[in-house]
Design a protein around this ligand. Structure first.
Ligand code: C5P
Length: 226
């Protein structure tokens, strides 16, 4: 068990953006490469976990040794996560669109030359992290969420921890300051925010963040006897 401490554990990881259709040819989305989520899925599999990766549209290859389910929308991602449960650990690294377009058009919306522009109305998408974190028999013992913030990173992460009901929030600064600019970049500076406090890590390659996070998760699984 030494080098495979997560043997026998099932982990569900979400990664990438979601695409929310406006009409058959257009969508709105969040900016996300999926690099961090995919690297976490691979690192957890490397420690022996059975990993189900629920991925939005990304250009990355499916990680080796991981069962990958491909989805487009937030609702599809929510359904795929639900279908993958039960799990010992859930890591929500996807950049899920908070809203989808109300009344998606069946046909392409045409530009008719009159200068009129379409108005988009939105409805809220299901919050996968908050849903998974709800107390109950099916709640995974360890639920980890992410927070991409541009300011007051740790304060916002603490608020998010409480609001979502998860166990950890991995906060990263996506602003353009000295620690910013992580979108699509190869490295990331994170803070692990839990009820117990904050652990801040130096700026590391996303693959190294994933390796260390997987080890940190394995330690917690051992400590808490998950
Ligand atoms: O609500 P916000 O997007 O700021 O929170 C980010 C965290 O919540 C991430 O872990 C993200 O994967 C998760 N999330 C989710 N479902 C949503 C919105 C966010 O799982 N609809």
């Amino acid at each position: 068990r030494g080098d495979r401490p997560l043997l026998g554990k099932h982990v569900v990881v979400t990664s990438g953006p979601t695409h929310e259709p406006i009409d058959p040819v257009r969508y709105i989305a969040n900016r996300s490469s999926g690099q961090q989520g995919h690297a976490i899925a691979a690192a957890l599999a490397g420690l022996g976990a059975r990993v189900t990766l629920v991925s939005g549209p990304v250009t990355l290859a499916d990680p080796a040794g991981v069962e990958t389910r491909h989805v487009e929308t937030a609702r599809q991602m929510a359904a795929a996560v639900d279908a993958a449960l039960p799990a010992d650990i859930v890591v929500c690294a996807a950049a899920v669109a908070d809203w989808r377009v109300a009344g998606e058009a069946d046909q392409k919306i045409k530009k008719d030359g009159s200068g009129q522009v379409p108005a988009l109305a939105f409805v809220e998408n299901p919050d996968i992290l908050a849903t998974v974190s709800k107390p109950g028999a099916r709640r995974p013992p360890l639920v980890v969420g992410f927070a991409a913030e541009t300011e007051k990173v740790v304060d916002h992460a603490r608020a998010k921890l409480a609001r979502k009901g998860c166990d950890w929030i991995i906060a990263n600064d996506v602003g353009s300051g000295p620690d910013g600019g992580v979108m699509g970049a190869a490295d990331n500076a994170i803070h692990i925010v839990t009820a117990g406090g904050v652990e801040s890590w130096p700026r590391l390659a996303k693959t190294e963040v994933a390796t260390r996070l997987a080890r940190r998760i394995a330690e917690t699984v051992k400590e808490r006897n998950i």
